[in-house]
Design a binder for this molecule. Structure first.
Ligand code: PHE
Length: 446
């Protein structure tokens, strides 16, 4: 589609904030810290940063280029570029993984944040002060109907917004809310690191012990980099399609990487001091953030207010990410099967909500397949198998098949310099695909 006819991001900062709005979410504040906790701490953080810069940024830029060059969404972009079913399959994998599987459990965690927003003002602080935030979290998960209720609310809001079109709303909201979340995190760090016992947490988070790095840990780091930057699912292709042709993609991409990594890193600086100060087991998994954070708030003057504000912002960050996830299946259904936007949004919204229920049950009273909880199976299938494969597809495609146009696109038709061009190509052709292949073999979850 010609640039004049297509809706464009209002400004450079608007685009960066909207892309950051998709990238920054529960992945940074919930998933990153719990993976750090399960994978032994600081060494994992270092591996994560390395793979984000080498593999993550490389693929992020490729997705932006593909999106901007074709001005299409995740599905139509690949379709217009190639007839080879292999590349299209990679696109499909991403749609299924991101638009369906990830959203089905992401919405559950988003539901938790909504619940915690309300609970913050109604007794959560007293519970946390009594050292009971872990017990209360456990009880909440067992109350499956309540969890499903909050998950459904998160999905309802997301679906309603997406059904009416993404529009400028997302851009505007992200521009205001992201900086506030950032400032709140900084405040929390000050409180968390001055808690008694916090130093042990800082050691765990910042002093690496490389013997903790195993195959699955490296795969976790890689898949977290994809998850956190929203890549491998065609989302950044779609977002790229709204970028002006004069924008410097590599500058914007690097900014987004920095914002995303910074928010994840800062979240860890809040969570781990708190985890150790409260005597919580860092490897205890998905509940880590929800157990540790109330503990920090409870120790602050005006804790209930801070806690409400923080979980509210986290809900918003989660919802903006959910909207970008739902947009994947909506654009797929409306392009491929000619559904209207509204119909596509409600069909996918309802199907995804229902598909999330087994995950809720598996976190509550238990539901296992392959000897793993259903939730873990969904997480592993999408993040350790489908998305790495889809990302590898995008990387190989941009590096080997589409490289001349990729080079043209990243330099805005040869008008802006890109000093790292050689490195980028090496990254696309060799480093990213080989790293993904090796890591998948060593970290295979099943
Ligand atoms: N990147 C988002 C986060 O970190 C989650 C997400 C994943 C959003 C995939 C879109 C696509 O929370």
């Amino acid at each position: 589609m010609a640039e004049e006819n297509r809706e464009m991001w209002g400004s450079r900062i608007g685009f960066i904030m909207a892309a950051a709005g998709s990238a920054v979410g529960l992945g940074n504040v919930w998933r990153f810290p719990y993976l750090v906790g399960m994978n032994g701490g600081a060494a994992f953080v270092i591996v994560y940063i390395i793979v984000s810069v080498t593999v993550g940024l490389t693929i992020l830029l490729a997705e932006f280029c593909i999106g901007r060059a074709t001005r299409g969404n995740a599905v139509s972009a690949f379709k217009s570029l190639t007839k080879n079913p292999l590349w299209r399959f990679a696109g499909w994998l991403g749609v299924l993984a991101g638009g369906f599987i990830i959203l089905s459990y992401y919405s559950i965690i988003a539901g938790w944040t909504i619940k915690y927003t309300l609970h913050s003002a109604t007794g959560l602080m007293d519970i946390a002060l009594a050292g009971k935030s872990g017990d209360v979290f456990g009880e909440f998960l067992l109350n499956e109907k309540l969890v499903i209720f909050f998950q459904a609310i998160a999905m309802l809001i997301t679906t309603a917004v997406v059904a009416n079109g993404l529009g400028k709303g997302i851009e505007r909201a992200c521009k205001v809310l992201m900086p506030i979340l950032f400032v709140l995190l900084l405040l929390l760090i000050v409180r968390a690191v001055t808690l008694p016992g916090a130093v042990e947490g800082l050691k765990f988070y910042l002093l690496p012990d490389f013997s903790k790095i195993t195959g699955p840990a490296v795969l976790d780091a890689l898949s977290q980099a994809f998850f956190s930057m929203s890549i491998g699912m065609g989302i950044m292709v779609t977002y790229g399609s709204y970028i002006k042709s004069t924008e410097r993609l590599h500058t914007s991409g690097s900014f987004i990487l920095c914002i995303d990594t910074a928010i994840a890193f800062l979240s860890g600086l809040v969570i781990f001091p708190a985890v150790f100060a409260m005597g919580v087991e860092p490897s205890q998994g998905v509940g880590l953030t929800f157990i540790a954070l109330p503990g920090v708030f409870a120790q602050m003057t005006g804790g209930a207010i801070f806690s409400t504000a923080f979980f509210l912002l986290l809900s918003v960050a989660a919802l903006t990410s959910m909207m970008s996830l739902l947009e994947v299946s909506v654009s797929f259904l409306s392009d491929e099967y000619k559904y209207s936007r509204k119909a596509a949004a409600w069909i996918s919204g309802i199907a995804i909500t229902l598909f999330g229920i087994p995950s809720v049950i598996s976190l509550g009273s238990g539901l296992e397949i392959f000897g793993m909880s259903f939730f873990d199976v969904m997480d592993n299938v999408s993040n350790r198998v489908m998305i790495p494969l889809a990302a590898m597809g995008a990387s190989l495609f941009a590096g080997w098949v589409w490289h001349e146009r990729a080079k043209n696109e990243i330099t805005n038709g040869g008008t802006v310099p890109f000093a790292a061009m050689g490195l980028w190509m090496i990254g696309l052709r060799f480093v990213a695909p080989i790293a993904i292949a090796v890591i998948m073999v060593y970290g295979w979850p099943f």
